[in-house]
Design a protein around this ligand. Sequence first.
Ligand code: ATP
Ligand code: MG
Length: 196
Amino acid sequence: MGGTFNPIHLGHLLIAEEARVAFELDKVLFIPNAAPPHKEVADTVDSEDRINMVKLALEGNPHFRICTIESFGQRDAEYTANTLKNLRKLFPNYELYFITGADALIDMNNWRSPEEIFSQCKVITTMRPGKNTDELDLAVANLKSAYNASISIMKMPAVDISSTQIRNRVKSGESIKYLVPDAVREYILEENLYMQ
Ligand code: ATP
Ligand code: MG
């Protein structure tokens, strides 16, 4: 499961856990992407902080692991098709699944080398508040016919949480308790992340 994890929140953890159980996955790897070039996205915090928060969020869960394969390169070089190639080398005996919410799935047609992505993994996706089911169904149908993609739409309780919303709340001094794991909330407050 790739993402910016800026910061990681309970929506990320729930989609990972639901996918793990429903598809009997051995492990879920959380793969934070590289920080964008400076100032391009002003409130994307450093890879190091995002990694620390992912680690805190995953603590104590033996099924979840952080994977920093994308975290320190050039953002552009670390595209998903390439990451999958590297993961297949590292774990040749595993079948790979890419876990993603509806918003990212709907955009996947615009990602680099979609044919390489879909030939190397199966995809698990789920609805996300703000997207509609028809839009997701259409995107899935198009990707299946264009790339022979294997995509499953997983049912799970909709979680209306986004990192954007967390950052905005911190900025305006609102509580983020119960939206992110406690240890992540403490880290954000201690390190003064997202304050401006
Ligand atoms: P931002 O608001 O900064 O874009 P985000 O909440 O969308 O943050 P990302 O790191 O961009 O988080 O997302 C990583 C992956 O997790 C994506 O595939 C995204 O669709 C999925 N995801 C994030 N939040 C949810 C959620 N609440 N429900 C389902 N999927 C989610
Ligand atoms: Mg997002």
